[in-house]
Design a protein. Structure first.
Length: 175
């Protein structure tokens, strides 16, 4: 029976590789965002002289939004892959982000909600810059959703702090 248990554990352990195609798909998603980023950039560049200041600001905020989403995807790819599939062996490459290999699931969750709040904030700013294109109900929903995300982020951080304290005691690590 020990061989059956070992075989089952080996299958479960190696099943982590089933996640690898998801991360490859997210890399392709970054490429898709890059295409849309370049498309938007070329579009606004071609019309920058004739466009209104509001249109240019909205286009730039859209580019910022796409950049934040791409950063979020990269965080998910690196952290998720390293936490759930395998370590990424880059040696001592000078461009390796400092946080790589150090972000656990809790840290990933906080980075995710922080990025989502930033993306939501950009969307809200776009709505305020182009306030004429939205009715009060739409703006109220956007503000409400943004505030919900902010409160959710604060709650996640608070829960992680409580969990950290209970794990290390009230005085922190080493006490």
């Amino acid at each position: 029976m020990k061989w059956l248990e070992h075989g089952l554990e080996l299958v479960m352990f190696n099943s982590r590789w089933l996640l690898a195609p998801f991360y490859v798909g997210l890399v392709v998603s970054i490429l898709m965002l890059l295409v849309k980023f370049v498309q938007e950039f070329v579009h606004i560049l071609a019309h920058v002289v004739s466009a209104s200041e509001t249109d240019v600001i909205l286009a730039v905020l859209t580019l910022v939004d796409m950049s934040l989403v791409s950063n979020l995807l990269l965080i998910i790819i690196f952290s998720g892959y390293e936490n759930f599939v395998s370590k990424i062996h880059t040696g001592e490459h000078e461009d390796r982000p400092d946080w790589m290999g150090k972000v656990d699931f809790s840290g990933l969750k906080i980075k995710l909600i922080g990025s989502i709040v930033a993306i939501s904030g950009i969307e809200l700013l776009k709505a305020f810059v182009n306030v004429g294109a939205h009715n009060n109900t739409e703006l109220a929903w956007k503000v409400g959703i943004h505030l919900t995300l902010v409160v959710s982020g604060l709650m996640f951080a608070w829960m992680d702090r409580i969990a950290e304290r209970s794990h290390h005691g009230p005085d922190g690590p080493g006490h």
